[in-house]
Write a new protein. Structure first.
Length: 174
């Protein structure tokens, strides 16, 4: 089975992925790949910084429903949280929910993303070919869709477009 994957667990974009599972469960596996050891690790690095958007713009409806069903109380919607508050009061509790926790892989740094077996030039069949992500530990994840929710995509060392195995198109590619 292919996964629908999410790289990173950064705020609003992470919660977009929870919408993929609501209101109906999809017949696919949803996998969150977090490069840090905890949800929102990159955001925690700038935890002392107050964001410019109040909670109302940082709370995704599907994620809020999931958390409220578990007894969570939403913060004051007009309050401007810090990065640390976003992690502690929102992302961490969200990641601990039974509905999501089994779908999160921590310390999973993505180093390459490409269509499996397709190089940057070939376009025939691209839309029907799954993505393949290579992780820093050498493992690979195949996905039909990816939401890149990393807090900082600059300087990440992720190579896009070349077959993520680093070999160009695989020998099985047509």
């Amino acid at each position: 089975m292919w996964n629908d994957s999410l790289c990173g667990t950064n705020g609003r974009r992470t919660c977009t992925a929870t919408s993929l599972r609501s209101p109906r469960e999809l017949d696919v596996g949803l996998l969150f790949l977090e490069s840090g050891s905890a949800a929102g690790a990159a955001m925690a690095e700038w935890g002392h910084v107050r964001v410019f958007s109040p909670w109302r713009y940082n709370l995704a409806p599907a994620a809020r429903r999931l958390q409220e069903a578990d007894g969570w109380t939403a913060p004051e919607v007009d309050y401007l949280p810090t990065g640390a508050e976003l992690v502690a009061d929102y992302l961490s509790p969200l990641a601990k929910l039974a509905a999501l926790s089994a779908s999160i892989r921590y310390d999973a740094q993505v180093v390459g993303i490409a269509r499996d077996g397709i190089d940057r030039v070939r376009t025939a069949g691209r839309e029907d070919t799954p993505f393949m992500m290579r992780l820093a530990d050498g493992s690979e994840v195949t996905a039909r869709a990816i939401i890149d929710a990393r807090a900082d995509v600059c300087g990440t060392g992720v190579e896009f477009g070349v077959d993520a195995r680093g070999l160009g198109a695989s020998s099985t590619a047509a």
